[in-house]
Design a protein around this ligand. Structure first.
Ligand SMILES: [Ca+2]
Length: 575
């Protein structure tokens, strides 16, 4: 009975994670946060008839069909019955002669919880991902499964237009932020038509570019959403992408001359083999060295470095990794390699030595496959495309290994008669450097939950941490009443790496918004053998397949209590 009482009390305090594990984590300042009235549900009366019945501005509804329970699954879990509505907004002829529209789908659950969820998609958008509102790596749950009405869109261009839409002024604006502005009121009207009332509470979330959409929305349409779930936000995406170009040039100085790999975007093409600069075996060596210096800082050697900030002060790639005395053999680094790796982790700089993006934290996920793909492949294809077509005024293609990075920076802030808004302006949250424009959002009770893989190779977790710090300096108390950040140690870009990457931060965000219970520790699980969300092959063999860990609100750190199974989140506290 005592345990039961404790668990109920902990539940009231928001300390019980998805797995029901009890967590003692309460070192953040306690406040009495304002909460908004909880949403109440309703039932969907009709589906197919919505197409003829609803007249929405600038919108053409193409179809509405009922999807029975279990037709779709997340992992092995059935998605409940819902109505799938497909449509297009703002159909138009672009200045390039191509047909553009904001394509979208909405999934309206039969048993609705009274809430709306805007699903921000990743990459360069361009396809309408299923509006499931899937959460975490290897998702087993999502907004639709929890009863939200969910919208997903292509952000204003189709897949085949991915390489050219950035040249069309309106299409780049839609991708940057205007698709969210146009879809949001339409979606709320559609919900009102389908259920007889609009959403009581609205949420927006996503990872990567989806996290960027959410953070931009917080700054631009802070009155439209009550909760913002911001994953690995590329909120300074032009700088992050240019950092990749700068990094590729660094790697090229030590890559094997003449070595090439296949170009995944062009079956007949090849790319310089930048991975030869820092091979998977060498990355494992560095990951082990990082763990050697930092694993125990959180109280236990368990293959996870929870004390990210302390680790940065403890680990030095120059002195903590063996220097090769002869040929490279995977177990050492040459002096030239160490210098390049140190430079890349320290962050990109202009020709005059000015840093223009954040550093990258040293963390155990450096050996992850996703880490290598971003650094060595995407830096040569994906980032140059986005920089050349979307972020620059005027648009100008680039050869990554020959690009003048410093000169390109100026093109992000430029405008001309055709492109009246700069790439920087359309991609980033207004006021990102000093986010005091979030004061209104905060004062009306809206909340922001951020998360970021500490071993993210494209968008730096340190950049997100600095955003949180800047919010704090603007007097908005990031640790307590308005925005909370959950770093995910070991995780690469949105998932993968040696990490507990399966988690649901949406439920805790709703509880914060609607009940005033601020999230402090949220249980995340690894995806070991048998995990129905998809097994993560990068987990160390000596970890339990069911290992769990608390994700702790920054600046607290998941710290071993000194006893209990290291496989179980309940053996750790956030402090
Ligand atoms: Ca540890």
């Amino acid at each position: 009975m005592k345990t039961r009482h404790l668990k109920i009390t902990a539940k009231l305090l928001g300390l019980v994670g998805a797995g029901g594990a009890l967590l003692a984590c309460s070192t953040l300042p306690s406040t009495t946060p304002q909460s908004l009235k909880p949403a109440t549900g309703a039932s969907l009366s009709s589906c197919e008839a919505l197409v003829g019945a609803l007249q929405l501005p600038q919108t053409r509804l193409e179809s509405a069909v009922r999807v029975e329970a279990g037709v779709l699954k997340l992992g092995d879990r059935p998605v409940p019955a819902h109505c799938l509505v497909k449509g297009r907004m703002h159909e138009r002829k672009g200045s390039d002669g191509r047909d553009y529209a904001i394509g979208f789908e909405m999934r309206l659950p039969v048993a609705w919880n009274g809430r709306f969820y805007y699903q921000g998609n990743g990459g360069l958008d361009g396809s309408v991902q299923p509006a499931l509102g899937a959460l975490g790596g290897g998702p087993l749950t999502g907004a639709l499964m929890q009863g939200f009405a969910v919208i997903s869109s292509d952000a204003g261009h189709s897949g085949p237009q991915t390489t050219v839409f950035g040249l069309e002024p309106q299409a780049r604006l839609d991708y940057g932020y205007q698709a969210v502005q146009k879809l949001t009121p339409m979606a709320k009207q559609l919900i009102a038509g389908a259920y007889g009332k609009g959403p009581d509470r609205s949420y927006i979330g996503g990872c990567s570019n989806g996290g960027r959409h959410a953070l931009v929305a917080a700054a631009r349409v802070g009155d439209q959403y009550d909760g913002y779930l911001v994953g690995a936000p590329g909120y300074r995406l032009p700088y992050a992408a240019l950092t990749q170009i700068w990094g590729a040039q660094q790697w090229a100085t030590i890559a094997t001359p003449g070595a090439t790999v296949k170009n995944p975007m062009n079956p007949n093409g090849t790319l310089p083999d930048l991975a030869s600069a820092f091979t998977p075996q060498e990355r494992s060596t560095v990951a082990k060295a990082i763990a050697g210096k930092c694993d125990a800082l959180d109280g236990v050697r368990d293959g996870m470095v929870q004390a990210t900030q302390a680790c940065q002060a403890n680990f030095n790639v120059q002195t903590d990794v063996p220097t090769c005395t002869g040929e490279r053999n995977g177990a050492c680094l040459s002096t030239a390699q160490k210098n390049v790796i140190a430079n890349v982790f320290a962050g990109a700089k202009t020709s005059s030595g000015q840093a223009f993006y954040a550093s990258f934290p040293y963390d155990t996920g450096v050996a992850g496959a996703n880490w290598g793909t971003w650094k060595f492949i995407d830096s040569l294809i994906r980032d140059p495309l986005a920089i050349g077509t979307i972020f620059s005024v005027p648009p100008m293609p680039l050869k990554p290994l020959e690009e003048n990075v410093t000169a390109r920076l100026a093109m992000f802030g430029a405008t001309n008669d055709t492109y009246r808004e700069s790439g920087w302006s359309l991609m980033t949250p207004p006021g990102e450097a000093q986010p005091d424009n979030l004061a209104a959002l905060r004062s009306r009770g809206a909340k922001v939950v951020l998360y970021h893989g500490v071993s993210d190779a494209i968008f730096s977790a340190e950049d997100t941490r600095q955003w949180v710090e800047r919010v704090g300096k603007a007097g908005l108390n990031p640790g307590s009443d308005f925005a909370r950040y959950f770093p995910v140690p070991g995780m690469n870009h949105c998932s993968m790496g040696p990490a507990a990457d399966q988690f649901d931060l949406l439920g805790p965000l709703v509880k914060w918004v609607e009940q005033g219970v601020a999230p402090q520790a949220v249980v995340a699980g690894v995806r070991g053998a048998g995990n129905s969300g998809g097994v993560n092959a990068e987990l160390p063999a000596d970890w339990s397949a069911q290992r769990t860990r608390p994700l702790c609100a920054y600046p607290t750190v998941a710290t071993y209590k000194g006893s209990g199974s290291v496989e179980d989140a309940s053996s750790f506290m956030c402090k």
